[in-house]
Structure formats: C-alpha cells, structure tokens
Design a protein around this ligand. Structure first.
Ligand SMILES: Cc1cc2nc3c(=O)[nH]c(=O)nc-3n(C[C@H](O)[C@H](O)[C@H](O)COP(=O)(O)OP(=O)(O)OC[C@H]3O[C@@H](n4cnc5c(N)ncnc54)[C@H](O)[C@@H]3O)c2cc1C
Length: 401
C-alpha cells in the first residue's frame, strides 16, 4: 500500500500530466496512472496554444519545449467554396509565444513526462488502468487498479477524459453535438505550414499540418457514419477530392476503411466537479468539441488552477476537501463561455452546412466575411483561441529546489 498522503491522478493526458508536474514541483508526491502503454494516440489534437506556452514560460520550460520539432501557425485560413479567406490572426498577441505550436500530442506529453521525471515527487505509471474508486465513509480514499490492487490517496484527481470514471459519481449535463468526425492522414505535397478549413458544398474538411502529411478531419452529421460507409470507400475518396483537390493519391492512402477512424464528438460538463477526496478536471469535467481546437489548452488551464488552489495545502499535508470547489468556481466561467461558443458554431454553422440548409451556401457566414475583410477584427478569434478567457498564471509554489 502507498502512503495515504499521496495524490493520485487518473489519466496521463494534458490535464493529468500538467497537474502532476505542478503538484510535484510544489513538493507533493504524485502518481499519474495512465491506462495505455504509451502516449501514441491520434485522436487528441496537435495544437499547443499561446496560453499553454505562457504557462511553460512561467515554469521556465518554454525554450526547452520549443526545441522539439514543431511548426508555428499564427493565422487560420478557410477555403469557402473556392474562396480563400483568413479568419484568425494570433501574431499580435502580447504573449511569450504568439502562435500555435503544431506538435503531435504524444510529443507534448512526452515533454511533460521528461520534465516530471526530474522532480523527486513525480511518478508516472503506464499500463495502469484504474477500474474504480475506493470509497470509505462517503469519501474517495483512492483507486482500484485493473489487476485488483488498491492505491490510497489523500486526494484523487480524475483526468481520464470524457469517459471518466468520475462521471458515475458526479452530476453530468449533456449539451449535445450534431457532428462526428472521420479522421485520416494524407501525404502532403508542397511547402507551407497552416491550419486549414475547407468548405465545399455541404462538406467540411479540417486539415492539420503535420510536416510531411495532413491530418484530416472530415466532419459529418452525427450518426451519419454508417450511411457514408455503406456508399463505399471510393465514394468517400471522391467526396474528399471534390472538396480538397490537393489531397491526392487517395487510392493508395485510403484503400479501405481501415485507414479511417471515426471519432464521436461530445459536448458536456459536470455541474459539480468534486466530492470529498475526488476532483475532476479537463475533459473529465467538460468534454469539448474539436471546434476551435482548444480542449487541450482548457485542460492545461484547469491543471494550473488546480495547483494554484491546492498545491500549498497538499504540500503541507493539510486536508483539502474544503478547497476542491475553488477549482470549479475558478474554471466554470471559461468552460461555460467556450462551450457556449462551440455550441453556437455547431447549431448556427455546422448543422445547417452539413444538412445543406444554409440560406446561401455560396456565401460564408457574416462573421467569417468580416474577419476576412478587416485585419483588425481577425485578432478577436486570435485572442479567444490563443489567450482564452480568464487565462491562468502559475501561482503554485516551487519547492523542488
Ligand atoms: C476529433 C477531435 C479532435 C480534437 N482536436 C483538438 C485539437 O486540435 N486541439 C485541442 O486543443 N483539442 C482538440 N480536441 C479536444 C482534446 O482532445 C481534449 O479536450 C483534450 O485532450 C483533453 O485533455 P484531458 O487530459 O482532459 O483528457 P484526454 O486527453 O482524453 O486524456 C485522458 C487520459 O486518461 C487516460 N485514461 C482514461 N481512462 C483511464 C483509466 N480508467 N485509467 C487510467 N487512465 C485512463 C487516457 O488513456 C488518456 O491518456 C479534439 C477532440 C476531438 C474529439
């Protein structure tokens, strides 16, 4: 059995790895439990935003982080039925890194693992699936692992994403999402690094630059995957090519459906993020839509707020149950505003687009036209995506020397 003064973190995603790092930095003994053997999964998104890099700068890690291979993107482009548009600009942000660093998420998590390993209190256990919580006298006292063993903790933080075990114990509000995503990779021709959206008729493809290939998200109406698959892979390839002619060689890249993953999109949140002994943050507390590509960064912000609220008390070995609600109180407003914006995009743009129900499909939405026309206005989406609402600063102590 472990020392009951430890903190256990369920899930080694962005929220879990950053929370683990910050708490260990403050002198807390933390164990991060990750069910997979590695970080290598494609569904997680590749964007490290200025707000996350600001946190790395405050931790003195930014220069080291930027030594890892990445591409820098400071504007978002959209092709709407053949019309090229610029809809976001981050280059004017007054921040340490006024751009999005495109880096596969496994590299970002590996970087956090490397930094965590330098701290005496940090421990990461891979291939350690948590199967449930230990509950004693109404309090969560630790976790049960898949092999039946138990680990006890002063505090358990659920960072296990949108299918979190904590969701069985805390109230959940679903906001619904009208989209799902087919996800696939296509070798890239030519140079230039960007984040590109392509709208062609009722079709939307988001193309994320990963250096020598595009990671593509083909957005479909929720529940529409079976019908698309039934029409066959050749019809799917033709739909891709019609929307984005630069995606060539599809017969070789997508010979069958095995190279295409279906990702179910959800938008929801816990209305209560904690109970005695347990706190949920990141997607565990609020599953985000891929719209805006900000889920990773919100998860990081939650982790910073968690350490700010709890690290000092945890390091002193004090009870923290009474402090847990502070994390939700701090992060509730940005969560609600971001999810509200994502919901508006779902309902006002994506649902009508996918149902071929836009009043004038050739005409981009007004906001898109305004952003494209007025360079100053483009800074608004740039600010919201790059800086975010209520950006967190590292205030947790550093006691690791
Ligand atoms: C299609 C799609 C594309 C996206 N693209 C982007 C993007 O470009 N940019 C962006 O910022 N966001 C994007 N997002 C959202 C983003 O992936 C999430 O918001 C973000 O990863 C949340 O981080 P997290 O640490 O809270 O959870 P997760 O990243 O989900 O991490 C949870 C971790 O917990 C582990 N785990 C789960 N259950 C257990 C268990 N029982 N025991 C132990 N470990 C467990 C998992 O293996 C995982 O490593 C996208 C989402 C989708 C669906």
């Amino acid at each position: 059995m472990n020392d009951p003064s430890d903190v256990l973190i369920v899930g080694g995603g962005p929220a879990g790895m950053m929370a683990g790092y910050l708490l260990a930095r403050a002198g807390v003994r933390v164990t991060v439990l990750e069910k997979h053997a590695d970080f290598f999964r494609d569904f997680r998104g590749d964007t490290v935003h200025p707000s996350t890099m600001q946190v790395l700068e405050e931790l003195g890690l930014l220069a080291e982080f930027l030594k890892r291979p990445h591409h820098r993107i400071d504007r978002a482009a959209l092709t709407w039925n053949g019309r090229q548009m610029i809809i976001g600009d981050l280059s004017h942000l007054n921040m340490a890194a006024p751009f999005i660093a495109m880096m596969p998420q496994w590299d970002f998590l590996d970087f956090l693992r490397e930094q965590g390993a330098k701290l005496p209190g940090f421990s990461l256990r891979m291939s350690a699936p948590v199967s449930g919580f230990i509950e004693e006298a109404g309090r969560i006292a630790g976790v049960r692992l898949g092999d039946g063993s138990e680990l006890r903790a002063h505090l358990t933080i659920a960072c296990d994403g949108r299918t979190s075990l904590a969701r069985a114990m805390l109230p959940l509000e679903s906001l619904g999402a009208p989209i799902d995503v087919f996800w696939f990779a296509v070798p890239k021709q030519g140079q230039g690094h960007e984040l590109r959206g392509v709208v062609s008729g009722p079709q939307l493809i988001v193309m994320i630059d990963r250096g020598d290939y595009w990671q593509c998200a083909f957005v479909i109406a929720k529940g529409g995957a079976e019908a698309i698959e039934a029409r066959g892979i050749a019809a799917f390839r033709a739909a891709i090519l019609a929307a984005a002619p630069e995606l060539t060689g599809l017969e070789t890249v997508l010979p069958d459906w095995n190279k295409v993953s279906l990702l179910s999109v959800s938008l929801d949140r816990l209305t209560q993020w904690s109970r005695p002994g347990l706190l949920a943050i990141g997607d565990a507390a609020h599953a985000m839509s891929p719209v805006g590509g900000i889920g990773i960064n919100l998860a990081i912000q939650d982790a910073v707020a968690t350490a700010n609220a709890l690290a000092a008390a945890l390091a002193r070995g004090e009870p923290v149950d009474a402090l847990l609600a502070k994390v939700q109180a701090r992060r509730w407003l940005p969560t609600r505003l971001v999810q509200g914006a994502q919901r508006a995009m779902h309902e006002r743009v994506l649902r009508p687009l996918l149902q071929a129900d836009l009043a004038n499909p050739k005409q981009p939405p007004l906001a898109v036209r305004l952003f494209n026309r007025f360079a100053l206005l483009r800074r608004i989406p740039g600010y919201l995506i790059g800086h975010g609402i209520r950006m967190e600063h590292v205030r947790s102590p550093r006691t690791d020397g």
